[in-house]
Design a protein around this ligand. Structure first.
Ligand code: 5GP
Ligand code: ZN
Length: 120
């Protein structure tokens, strides 16, 4: 079984493959710790995924690296400010029962429009 703390990438993981450049994505931010790219199936005018380069399964695992978790939230705010008016909703689906389908932690940044009237 993959050890999500010590193994930094998983060759079978779609987001590791996007990070490696093997699958194309529309990147809106990248640095040495995270990348951010537009969701394939947007649920808001701006729908971006902020993804740590290191393969952590979900936000429970990411909480083991508080600095990296904080960086994900900082990048989320920057993206919302650059691509929309700065207001945003931040969602970590955690576990299949909560709708998580890609088991490489990612923050959904939803922004633009009137989000209060929308469901995710
Ligand atoms: P989850 O359901 O795990 O919280 O979110 C996974 C998200 O990844 C979904 O919103 C889905 O549309 C998006 N997604 C899945 N595969 C790809 C892909 O290959 N490229 C991009 N840009 N988004 C993807
Ligand atoms: Zn991965």
């Amino acid at each position: 079984m993959l050890d999500t703390v010590t193994a930094q990438t998983d060759p079978d993981c779609v987001f590791c493959r996007i990070i490696a450049g093997e699958i194309p994505s529309e990147r809106v931010h990248e640095d040495d710790q995270v990348i951010a790219f537009r969701d394939l199936a947007p649920k808001a005018p701006v729908h971006v995924l902020v993804v740590p380069r290191a393969h952590h399964r979900d936000v429970r695992d990411l909480a083991g690296d508080p600095q990296l978790l904080a960086h994900v939230t900082t990048v989320a705010g920057s993206v919302a400010g650059e691509l929309a008016d700065g207001d945003f909703r931040l969602i970590f689906n955690t576990g299949a029962g909560a709708g998580q389908t890609v088991f490489h932690v990612h923050a959904h940044v939803l922004a633009g429009g009137t989000l209060a009237e929308r469901e995710m």
